[in-house]
Design a protein around this ligand. Structure first.
Ligand code: ADP
Ligand code: ADP
Length: 222
């Protein structure tokens, strides 16, 4: 049947962190629309440039383009048995498109986990987020720092190279995106609540505790 799990939650709630853990546990890929759009950076097409501009402003990409990108990603071999969706859907239009996409394949969303975190903590989590150069490891300078800091520069535990910050993780852009989140996601929460698929998870716990809660929710919905 496939295991399609949606991780919802404000910026900084831990979707990326948890998607990676669930992906390892269930052997299905993490599909992050933010990562897919960021990967377009290397392309020099009018569309790719437009996407970059919209992201820089902290606004949302159109449903049409977002749905297309997800459809293409889910058509790949590794996503036939399921995926952990991180950052998608973010509107009712996207949620309906996803339902239709999966229905065509005889599949459906299994579970929607809402990682709940208040606005203040979300701002700190997103603003304090740092990545290794290969983006494989995520740290947080306030909550989950690396071992070393040399002359004010945080270093990756594994490679000892300087950590990088996403260019839209500066305070103003973070606050703007978080406000958009709280304004726009309510209908989506109601949509999945009505389908009986929504599970609330307290995101203000250790990474391990959140992970355990998520795995328990997945097992109960299997
Ligand atoms: P999202 O994908 O929801 O925006 P991330 O997974 O990127 O969130 O996490 C945001 C930041 O918070 C990262 O710096 C990450 O290391 C940190 N983080 C994630 N989960 C926790 C947690 N449970 N406790 C403390 N820090 C966390
Ligand atoms: P964040 O959750 O911090 O905004 P993401 O990595 O999820 O970060 O997304 C980065 C940017 O990519 C968003 O600000 C938005 O411009 C675009 N984006 C990602 N996912 C979607 C989506 N589902 N719908 C529309 N735009 C999206």
């Amino acid at each position: 049947m496939g295991i399609f799990i949606i991780l919802m939650g404000v910026q900084g709630a831990g979707k990326g962190t948890q998607a990676r853990l669930l992906s390892e546990k269930y052997g299905i890929p993490q599909v992050s629309t933010g990562d897919l759009f960021r990967a377009m950076k290397t392309q020099d097409t009018p569309l790719a440039r437009e996407v970059q501009e919209i992201m820089k402003r902290g606004e949302l990409i159109s449903d049409e383009l977002t749905n297309r990108i997800v459809r293409e990603r889910l058509a790949q071999d590794d996503a036939q048995a399921g995926a952990i969706l991180d950052g998608y859907p973010r509107s009712q239009g996207q949620a309906q498109a996803l339902d239709a996409m999966l229905r065509e394949r005889g599949q459906q969303v299994k579970l929607v986990a809402l990682l709940e975190l208040d606005r203040h903590l979300a701002i700190m989590r997103a603003e304090g987020r740092r990545f290794s150069l290969d983006k494989e490891r995520t740290y947080n300078i306030y909550f989950n720092p690396p071992q070393y800091r040399v002359a004010g520069v945080w270093l990756d535990d594994k490679t000892k190279e300087p950590l990088i910050q996403r260019e839209d993780d500066y305070r103003d852009a973070v606050v703007r995106r978080i406000d958009v989140y709280f304004e726009t996601t309510r209908p989506l929460i109601d949509f999945y609540q009505a389908q009986g698929k929504l599970v609330h998870v307290n995101a203000n716990q250790s990474i391990e505790a959140v992970s355990e809660a998520l795995i328990q929710a997945v097992e109960q919905h299997r």
